[in-house]
Design a binder for this molecule. Structure first.
Ligand code: MAN
Length: 378
């Protein structure tokens, strides 16, 4: 299946955007760690407020000349410990990842957990912590990352990336109150991330978008669709959506959990423009998809580059030029999108939902989108 979709360079301006949280706003979880990132927040509306599960990345507080500290959660100690390597023993892939030369294996320069944060108006934070969701199993040794929250049947379910010496997998947990949590284990084995759950069953089955990361590059990473009878066992896998232009030629992955709108499921996804031999990480931007309500494999419309790094906190940071949407909430006609900026901060941007839907539906009337529509239904 080939994916093609027109590039729509004219952007819907954001009505509001704001940097919600910076690393310095979050206290570290241990005295020997410092917070280097507070980003990629899962978000959900409860009757009282918007609750965010913010990814808090921590690294060693101490610096030793000539050494690199690599953190990991240790099962015996039930805390994060530091492995010190000489600079010669590791090779930096980028600011986030090193390769340990003796084993050829990757390690992260930081280890992540989630902090529960709260916002009554959805635009500013009222509380940061104190509840945290910390690594707690062997599959979470190098951290838990990028929660995506979906309300389902009276509970809040969240998928998250579980990183360990076994690879980068996606796990599921749930909560009723964001105070205590239940873990449901790994849903998608390595390498798979960017998993979002639909908030309803469709045809009696739970639905998810996921993103396998193939080791053999017959394709760049692309979004897949899967279904499940019980949220734990997934099948019916099929490729669903891939690159549509230069801005997302490197990779495409789900961003926010889909939400029901009058025009279809709205999914805000990310794309990366890195080419295979480019140095650096490239730019991460976001686009939007509108999916048929009864059959989400049928794509009604797509909008490229809805959100691109523009603000200082999106263009500069731990990883420059990154916007990475992970949560969405509607309030009246407002659409509030929560996202990580430059792998360092949490931000929120607002659009009018009717304006976004009109823009999406305009694109579906183009001949190119028509061709795509028929391709997607095969
Ligand atoms: C990539 C980035 C990192 C993340 C690792 C493991 O390298 O998304 O932020 O820590 O994958 O998931």
């Amino acid at each position: 299946m080939e994916f093609s979709m027109p590039v729509r360079p004219q952007r819907l301006p954001r009505l509001f955007h704001h940097c919600l949280l910076r690393p310095g706003d979050v206290p570290p979880s241990q005295d020997d760690l410092k917070v280097v990132g507070a980003f990629n927040p899962g978000a959900v509306e409860t009757p009282e407020e918007v609750v965010l599960l913010v990814r808090v990345a921590e690294a060693a507080r101490e610096q030793r000349a000539g050494y690199v500290a690599l953190p990991r959660w240790d099962r015996g100690a039930n805390r994060v410990v530091l492995d010190w390597f000489t600079e010669d023993e590791v090779e930096f892939e980028d600011a986030r990842v090193v390769i340990v030369k003796s084993t050829g294996r990757k390690r992260l320069t930081s280890v992540s957990h989630f902090a529960v944060c709260r916002s009554r108006d959805g635009r500013t934070l009222d509380a940061v912590g104190p509840i945290r969701f910390l690594p707690a199993s062997e599959s979470e040794e190098y951290g838990v990352e990028d929660a995506r929250i979906t309300p389902l049947e009276g509970r809040f379910y969240f998928t998250y990336v579980a990183v360990s010496r076994h690879g980068v997998a996606t796990a599921l947990a749930s909560t009723g109150d964001f105070k205590t949590f239940e873990r449901h284990g790994i849903l998608f084995p390595p390498e798979n991330k960017d998993v979002v759950l639909f908030p309803e069953t469709i045809g009696g089955r739970y639905m998810a978008l996921h993103r396998p990361n193939p080791a053999q590059h017959f394709s760049p990473p692309e979004m897949w669709l899967a279904s499940s009878p019980d949220l734990l066992h997934w099948g019916g896998h099929r490729p669903f959506f891939g690159s549509t232009g230069d801005w997302d030629r490197g990779r495409v992955g789900a961003g926010t959990p889909p939400i029901r709108t009058s025009a279809g499921w709205l999914e805000i996804y990310h794309g990366n423009d890195r080419r295979p031999n480019d140095t650096g990480i490239g730019t991460y931007s976001a686009g939007a998809l509108l999916l048929n309500l009864d059959d989400p494999s049928r794509i009604r419309a797509a909008l490229s580059e809805m959100l691109v790094p523009e603000a200082d906190y999106e263009r500069e940071g731990f990883v420059p030029n990154v916007v990475f949407p992970t949560g969405v909430v509607t309030r009246g006609s407002s659409l509030l999108v929560y996202y990580g900026a430059a792998d360092e901060c949490c931000a929120v941007a607002e659009w009018r939902l009717p304006d976004l839907l009109s823009r999406l539906l305009e694109t579906s009337q183009t001949p190119e989108a028509g061709r795509f529509g028929s391709a997607s239904s095969t």
